[in-house]
Write a protein that binds this ligand. Sequence first.
Ligand code: M6R
Length: 617
Amino acid sequence: MCGIVGATTRAHNTTPILLEGLQRLEYRGYDSAGLALLVPAGEGRTRLTRVRATGKVEALHTALGDTPLKGYLGIAHTRWATHGVPAEHNAHPHISDGLALVHNGIIENHDTLRRRLESEGFVFTSDTDTEVIAHLIAWHDRHSPDRITAFRKALQDLKGAYAIALIHEDDPDTLYCARMGSPLVIGVAESGHFVASDPLALLSVTDQFIYLEEGDMASLTPTERQIWRACGNPAILPVQRYEYADHSLDKGEYRHYMLKEIHEQPRAIADTLEGLLGEDRVFTAILGPDAEQALSKVRNIHIVACGTSYHAGLVARYWIEEHAGIPCQVEVASEYRYRRVMTPPDTLLVVISQSGETADTLAALRHANRDNLLGSLALCNVPGSSLTREANWRLLTRAGPEIGVASTKAFTTQLTALLWLTCALIQSRQPGQGGTPVTVDLVHALRSLPQAVADSLTLAPQIETLAARFAETRHALFLGRGAHYPVAMEGALKLKEISYIHAEAYAAGELKHGPLALVDQHMPVISVAPSNSLLDKLKSNLQEVRARGGQLIVFGCEQAGQESGEGIEWLTMPAVDPLIAPIAHTVPLQLLSYEVALVKGTDVDKPRNLAKSVTVE
Ligand code: M6R
């Protein structure tokens, strides 16, 4: 969850590079930030210098204001606290015996190691697990022939997950790094070598990257690099161009990244579908080797994900079971990874993740019961991420970088890809080249999707007006039926995430089994009411709320024949093909949470306690 940047350059001051990198990584954590540099100290010598500050990267800028640092080798970090409260003494880098180190991940055996190191005379100045690594490397440094051996031996003592960048005052141009369970890439440029948790951090210096694999470690100078596997064997990894290098990373005309990303959805969906749709069929070769043949054999599907990505999986279950007739189970990764899962024969495991680095989702993929598994498919937004590399097949959403912590365009592009997958599964069961009536309808619906989402965005001015009502709201209920139940769940997650309103979603039919007791004139009840076979049932549920004084806000279809009145605000959604209605109906809920957050005055893009990429368990 933390963000790491490091640089070893030929005659370039690294401070601005590190600070810009941190700013771009702030989505990964923003409790505190720090950097360490080797600063020239005269007569060819350098001095290790560290500056840290609590709060956002801006606070580090301020702290540096009085101490302008210049150096060619440096590391920096933005923190999302796991061990130890957000405070300057817990901020990275941590130092020991002339080395400085930044870390992302969790060291599970830190207590044991700490006791061992304390008995060796090391003095701890933080409550973090990270400081253990710094002292551990320092200890091995005293007992090893060279630094790289010391680094490797220290890594062998660690249990848990890490991405590490390290500098030492005796090595004025060497940046050391390693990864296991947390992401780390090497940036390659004329001006030097760089490391970061995410290529996005380094796009101002390079678009060329090496993706380290689990257990890899590296030693980098401005002109040379050596990479080793955990066992010590040298590794040669390809340098790859970052696919999203051309995407703009600023907010443009928008006040927040979240709003920009909401408005990018028609384009993101169109990009995701590019090259995937034929006249009346979908093209499946994109999935990778053997996938097309494997699809035809799928008899069960397990979908595993976290948060918003999990909600995408829940919507997909309705589509896959309804249209493809394949049993589909959806589960949060943090549960799936720790229980004995019954995997029926010919099961396809689908793992969904925006980042492709979510610790629980990756662990679920690794720990899945392989006995009856046909294979695994990663549905992911980040090319080259761990999930895409470890699954058998991959389907990339093309949302582009998503910076706002609250996921928006990643969700709708995931749904797009999942509807496409539904079509691919149906098609794989039909011999011949022509489409079936269902695939023809699905392809047609998918084609209309970018415009349908653009139409949904036209509700923005009405939603802005509506949001004022939430100024004093502390609780809200969301209702949906069928595939719109998980859409309601996603709406509730968005609202609680960025406006800190306690929000829960229920399948509308469950209302009278308990939650109805909560309904009174202070309880907004938000519902999505598309035109489908469940509309009349839903309308009855809404009347139950109205009869108890609840304040209904409904994003509904024209066919419902309903209007705003006492206790009900009815916003009519533009007409949309029912097959894609869950995607179109997601948009007003995103806009509502955004506008309510503005009313509440919260930090929309960086909500408290959260981070974008959850790379720890
Ligand atoms: O990168 P992933 O899709 O694996 O992330 C999963 C969740 O952490 C993520 O969707 C989270 O729930 C979002 N902040 C929701 O807006």
